[in-house]
Write a protein that binds this ligand. Sequence first.
Ligand code: MLT
Length: 270
Amino acid sequence: MIRETRLTLGARSTRYLEAGAGWPVILLHAFPLNADMWRPQLEQVPDGWWMIAPDLRGFGPAAEIPSGGRPPTMDDFADDVDELMDALEISEAAVGGLSLGGYVTFALCRRAPSRFNAMILADTRPQADTPEGREARRKMIELVHARGASAVADEMLPKLLGSTTRNTRPQLVATVRQMIESASVDAIAGAIDAMLGRPDSTGDLPAIAWPTLVIVGAEDGITPLADAEAMQVGIARSRLVLLPEAGHLSNLETPDAFSRAVADFLQSNM
Ligand code: MLT
């Protein structure tokens, strides 16, 4: 059973979903989604594990964005996770994320490496944006201010979901669209700004000393297999799982295979 909790961290109210009991696993969501994207994994938590999926700052139902504040940075997102771990009395955990969630995981790894006993990096990459990538992000900030979240959904859906999903699972396409459209303009623009400004984490890979699972959808066009292979080579105690018929949102597109890969990893490493 999935439990939903709202708590106050500093001056901000935030929400997290959780399921199971035992060793903690923290799962961080992709852009521009929210913790609900982890529901398929929270519905099948392996015995002995406690999965926790927080909304990143600004995302999720009834999210609060401090008015007049500066946009968040990747470090702010990571510090929020660190603060949540304190609030839940978790000293260390298997921490992971998908795409943006992976970028936040890298930031947390830089700021608080003692928080990790394992890592899950799904459909993500350590590199910073290229100059062309930054330019595209600036255009998307303009787009969301001019035309709102649904224009971002129009642009992103064909990239987020693989061709198998787009051709065969209209219900999932609609669910992801709805999740994107529920995000506020400020949350979307803020997260784009954070991604645009994130540093390159490639040099941090050799210091990752704990077991790491790298997962990638075979149809992921945003962070393709080559990125996952490079991460796997760069992290000593890592293994790579390739999920057929999944695109960038591999945990939603092939939920059972994704959950099985996570369960096998947790059970064989911890
Ligand atoms: C995500 O899925 O979080 C985003 O596609 C990441 C990105 O745009 O770099």
